[in-house]
Design a protein around this ligand. Sequence first.
Ligand SMILES: *Cc1c(COP(=O)(O)O)cnc(C)c1O
Length: 356
Amino acid sequence: MSRPLVARIDTAALAHNLGLARRLAGEARILAVIKANGYGHGLLRVARALRAADGFAVLTLDEAEALRAEGLTHPIVMLEGFFHPDELPALARWRLQPVIHREDQVDILMRAHLDHRLDVFVKVDTGMHRLGLHPKRLKEAVARLQAAESVGHITLMTHFANADDAGLGIVEPMQLFHEAAEGLGLPASLANSAALMRYPQSHGDWVRPGIMLYGASPFVGQSGQDIGLLPAMTLESRLIAQRPLRKGEAVGYGSTFVAPKDMRIGIVACGYGDGYPRHAGTGTPVLVEGQRTRTLGRVSMDMLCVDLSPIPNGHVGSLVTLWGGDLPAEEVAASAGTIAYELFTGITPRVRIEEH
Ligand SMILES: *Cc1c(COP(=O)(O)O)cnc(C)c1O
């Protein structure tokens, strides 16, 4: 028997979640965001399951080339654009669409001679202040790109900093975007999962859902299941030991958990070396034999410890669900001061991935 830790990927859940995105998106087309190895679910596995999307968004040339090698002919958007002019011939050959987010990238495209015209997304900074052209500089950049022999179709885009926050929202960035784009008559792409779900007025021509496709919610205090999504990843392992812990005894590094009474504990084959968050303190929810209990003490590299007090039938070999299924990753993430995105993308290569 091999180590029992496995991440099970439910490809039907991915397809279901895309269906929900499709209903919400109405007329807008869907760019499925599958960067970071399909948010940890496996790039090609996810792309195959989401074949019905209208396009894909990734970061690197390697990812895009893998999609083309798989025979996928969808539009592919490169979310960080190109990093060096050397990449332009490959972008043209594979018909990839870079995001243009700096003025010097416009200069590079003005000078480029390519075998095919590149369709591009031009990103405007509407308040995230990370990537993107200043709204006041957009019209000039677009005019230059339209004059460049290497550039084909242009789509405008922006990315919201606070679409998941009901208070901050998208009013100001939407206004900046519309002012910048006014009169250009170009298609637009604005919405991530949160905006797709919460703000129909932001949908534009291409929506860019990521996290919702994997079944997790972008909203604090609301799980994916609450909004009709199905979790695509279940991280499962088994108890590899169980033991009594007498009142006053501690478990794990740092002896941070001391038994307040005699109790029974289980040891699970999963630790931070697998991507389970080390900052998940005592009390993080976990399922043993489908029943809810809590972690105890510090997570170590290869193992963590659970409370078997509420699970008298817990034994060596008992199934443990770290997240997924009936335990939303969002809840585990909240216990560790992080978000489901980080849990999913943090799964390490030694975790076996099985598809069903
Ligand atoms: C990652 C990313 C998305 C997807 O965001 P979610 O919150 O996962 O839906 C959309 N647009 C851009 C530019 C991104 O980088």
